[in-house]
Design a protein around this ligand. Structure first.
Ligand SMILES: [Zn+2]
Length: 487
């Protein structure tokens, strides 16, 4: 705190009053609050807050109650803290049957059905070796058997284990789908085999959709895409082999929810404009139960850190309101495809034109205490130079992080910019940036627990978010969108 005040006094452009306002707010951000709230929200009690489950709704109710206790007003639908939206899930049913050359395969053990599909197949097998076969063979009405292989794929992301299987599946489907195969069956090579367990976890829970969501597109309709991990289940040399399958998909609609709270501004005119803080409620829930092992993905860093930072910023703005109003949006269903933010950006509870900026955070409590990252800071992802300079000045006045600003490079293998809740707002033409302390080995594992958070760092990140919002709430002008911005 001492260092903060010393650095802040160097900001001679600020009036004494604005500086005092900042300090009053800063004094309301307390490490003890952040720690207490984080242990509560990332507790096993909420069972990993999976989107579209009772656990997510319970966590949403808890956040709304914290906002109420802080004294923030409800700003969701119909005078409540909540904005519900429908989340659609399609999942291959366990009733499905897959028989490869008279041998029944066990779904999710011997075989992954990569995407939900309704299909009845009774087709001869055709084995394709290599690209030349793929591009020339007559596959009409046949079940194609292919080994995973990166042959012919130039996309640099092929080097990422997490993308390997998907990129190959997409490429081969593109080459084959138009030729009318009855099914496409992939067989692991050593690289794909390492990704089997993770892909299984995603595939067996199905795909999530929302009208207007970004991740609605499935790779191909009507052609079953199967993945067999154990090559010994395939015998290449016998003739007259068949695939017989009856694949059924279950369809569900679940409620998910955004929690929305506000602190009204003090200026008679500017209070009709909003600085929007964004985080997400949900994480990955309870995955495969292993006896005696932890199976709950508590998502302490991802994204309980940001939820509790927003509560702390709420206390700061409650204590010292800005001239503009501040909106706190805790999004649902981020992990399933940015659905809460997509919904809110399309159905904002305040006029869209009144949102002056979006400050999104995702994972802000790990890695070196002196470093952090800001995304949306460089082209092609920067959509507001004005907003970026406010955030950079806030860092210089406050926490002094050494900033990693390289994540906007389009060659960045993780595509990180496209994976959090600022995206739908940026696409909607609202100045938006993304604060994070980046990936770590516990990312999306059962080890992302409250005990592994660096609370001093989380406090510094919260101060940075707050100081950025403080300037945006108090300065006369609102940030402009860069001319010609397009994602
Ligand atoms: Zn996240």
């Amino acid at each position: 705190m001492k260092q903060l005040l010393t650095a802040a006094t160097l900001l001679c452009t600020l009036s004494v009053t604005a500086q005092q306002a900042k300090n009053v707010g800063l004094s309301a951000i307390k490490i003890a609050d952040l720690q207490r709230d984080l242990y509560a929200l990332a507790d096993d009690h909420f069972r990993g807050r999976e989107a579209g489950t009772q656990d997510e709704l319970d966590a949403a109710a808890w956040l709304a109650e914290q906002a109420r206790q802080i004294g923030l007003q409800p700003a969701g639908d119909n005078g409540t803290y909540f904005q519900y939206f429908p989340l659609i899930r399609d999942r291959v049913s366990s009733e499905s049957q897959i028989i490869l050359h008279h041998k029944p395969l066990e779904l999710w053990k011997d075989v992954i059905v990569f995407e939900p599909v309704h299909a009845q197949v009774n087709a001869p097998l055709i084995f394709l070796n290599g690209l030349q076969d793929i591009d020339t063979a007559d596959v009409k009405g046949k079940a194609v058997i292919l080994r995973f292989s990166p042959e012919g794929i130039t996309n640099p992301m092929i080097k990422s284990l997490r993308r390997y299987a998907t990129l190959i599946i997409r490429d081969r489907v593109k080459r084959l789908a138009g030729k009318g195969p009855a099914a496409i069956v992939f067989v692991s090579d050593s690289t794909a085999s390492q990704d089997w367990a993770r892909s299984l976890e995603y595939a067996d829970r199905g795909t999530y959709h929302m009208d207007g969501g970004y991740f609605n597109s499935i790779i191909v309709k009507d052609i079953p895409l199967l993945w067999i991990n154990d090559p010994s289940l395939i015998t290449q040399d016998s003739n007259n082999q068949t695939l017989v399958a009856n694949i059924v998909t279950d369809h569900f609609i679940y409620p998910s929810v955004n929690v929305v709270a506000k602190q009204e501004g003090s200026d008679a005119t500017l209070k009709s404009e909003y600085v929007l803080f964004s985080g997400h409620i949900d994480h990955d829930g309870v995955r495969h139960l292993a006896p005696g092992a932890d199976s709950i993905y508590n998502g302490a860093d991802d994204n309980a850190t940001v939820d509790v930072a927003l509560l702390a910023a709420g206390r700061a703005f409650k204590k010292q309101p800005g001239r503009r109003s501040v909106l706190f949006v805790f999004h649902g269903a981020e992990e399933r495809g940015l659905y809460g933010s997509t919904w809110f950006a399309a159905h904002p509870t305040v006029p869209k034109a009144a949102i002056v900026s979006v400050l999104n955070g995702d994972m802000i409590g790990r890695n070196n205490i002196d470093s952090a990252a800001l995304l949306g800071v460089n082209p092609p992802h920067r959509n507001s130079k004005d907003l970026v300079s406010v955030a950079l000045a806030a860092n210089a006045a406050g926490p002094h992080f050494k900033l990693d600003t390289t994540w906007d490079n389009p060659q960045q293998i993780e595509g990180w910019y496209f994976r959090s809740d600022h995206l739908p707002y940026a696409r909607a033409g609202i100045p938006s940036i993304f604060f994070t302390t980046l990936l770590h080995p516990d990312y999306h594992t059962v080890r992302d627990d409250a005990s592994r958070i660096n609370y001093q760092k989380l406090t510094k990140m919260t101060q940075w978010l707050y100081l950025t919002a403080r300037t945006l709430a108090d300065q006369d002008a609102r940030p402009a969108v860069d001319a010609g911005f397009r994602l």
